[in-house]
Design a protein around this ligand. Sequence first.
Ligand code: GRF
Length: 206
Amino acid sequence: KNIVILISGAGSNMAAIVRAAQQEDWAQRDGARVAAVISHRPDAAGLAFARAQGIAALALDHRAYASRAAFDAELAAAIDRQQPALVVLAGFMRILTPGFVARYAGRLINIHPSLLPAFTGRHTHQRAIDAGCRFAGATVHQVTADLDAGPILDQAVVPVLPGDTADSLAARVLTQEHLMYPRAVRACLQRLAALSDAPPKPPTAG
Ligand code: GRF
């Protein structure tokens, strides 16, 4: 079962998943591996990390494409070459077209740095602080055509402390993301495997 991870920058969540796969031996236990890391930014630092781990690392410079649809088509072709069981968005900062999302429905997940449905979109930590939230966190969810709104798979919560800045809160949340996302990825793979191994339902009578 191949996992493809899409990143935009540091890729710290991607790195956490790669390390978990190595340390927990997902290949042996789940027949799962991170097959490729893809970014729309050639300078994404996470690509160098992936290459150093011997993982295929591909940059599709989104500026080279005339439209979002053209980029998404090229991205889908690169992803499909890996025949992924699961496509993981990890710090991926692009809006995907509905056609792309539909193509991977049920095997496309994302991590968002807020306790959804609160604070969809950007600058989530500053907004939580400005709103006086006592808690913040991150959410792993299925990706649907509606931004940051798909079925929730897992959440991690952290306290917002007096004097917190967006950066101090982001760092506290990111620590929890790195624990939660690898577990969520593994759980998704096991659920998808169970679905594909399940015997076909007998036709309903009548
Ligand atoms: C994280 O806050 C994550 O929740 C969001 O992007 C940020 C950076 O992620 N999706 P990463 O370090 O690039 O994995």
